[in-house]
Design a protein around this ligand. Structure first.
Ligand code: MN
Ligand code: MN
Length: 270
């Protein structure tokens, strides 16, 4: 049986506008385990099956240790279990230290990044760790071979320069087609920023950006991945901006579908 590791990373220290995503992991878990919903994913995998999810709990940030070192250590420990890993943010800044740990295990890796924003500022408000900058750090450190960004709708001139510099492949929200099938020939890291979705589906985010993807479109895109999904994050859910736990339910649904695809695409242990 393939197991899926789960790790909560409740950190929003590097959010630029408002706080709240640190409160997300507990609420996503509550929806995930709620008796109100089926535990089966559309992939035919029952995420509630005994022992399928191995929950490593939440990282405790006590302020003494550097948050980036803590995240990298805990992700490495969770990966040591040998299962695909889903991390629950937190804001998007956490993807940088996550990738440092993931990259050590995967010398061939494509990041599929689904977001309203490129998050590739060289720095923002003087903070190189800003949640608007993780993919600049990731590409500088060559933590992936390819970066594919889908759903963007806030691109400025600086972002375009960064795309050129790092060879980023971009599919803007306005260019998204339901037939989109990405050609990927390496293992995949999936980074899902909840604000990629239209705020009509997911109002619980710090930066609502209308004109986004539907839940169905994001799930379909994920279901068309035909390479192993070795790790993923779900970030930027902000419970303080949510309406009737709607966005928590969406995050839990995406978690189930990602986990199902991880099981389906996993290469059997040799
Ligand atoms: Mn975003
Ligand atoms: Mn983001």
């Amino acid at each position: 049986m393939v197991h899926i590791s789960l790790l909560g990373i409740p950190n929003d220290d590097n959010s630029s506008f408002t706080r709240g995503p640190a409160e997300a992991p507990a609420l996503i878990r509550r929806e995930l385990h709620s008796d109100a919903y089926s535990s089966w994913s559309e992939t035919g995998v029952d995420i509630g099956a005994q022992g399928l999810l191995v929950d490593h709990g939440d990282i405790r940030f006590d302020g003494a240790a550097d948050a980036w070192e803590l995240i990298e250590q805990h992700v490495a420990q969770a990966l040591d279990a040998g299962h695909p890993l889903i991390s629950l943010g937190g804001d998007h800044a956490i993807t940088h230290p996550i990738m440092r740990a993931v990259r050590r295990r995967h010398r061939r890796l494509t990041i599929l990044h689904i977001d309203a924003h490129p998050d590739i500022y060289h720095a923002y408000q003087g903070n190189p760790r800003s949640h608007t900058s993780p993919f600049a750090r990731i590409m500088e450190e060559q933590l992936a071979d390819r970066l594919i960004q889908v759903g963007l709708r806030t691109i400025n001139d600086h972002h375009r320069e960064q795309f050129q510099r790092f060879g980023v492949e971009v599919i803007e929200a306005g260019r998204y087609a339901d037939s989109l099938k990405l050609k990927i020939d390496t293992p995949v890291y999936l980074s899902v920023d909840i604000d990629a979705l239209d705020p009509a589906y997911a109002p619980g985010v710090s930066h609502r950006e209308p004109g986004g993807l539907s839940v169905r479109q994001v799930i379909d895109l994920i279901q068309r991945i035909d390479q192993p999904i070795v790790a993923a994050d779900i970030v930027e859910y902000n419970p303080r901006r949510d309406v009737s736990e709607l966005t928590a339910t969406v995050a839990a649904k995406l978690l189930k579908e990602i986990a199902g695809m991880m099981v389906k695409t996993a290469t059997p242990a040799a």
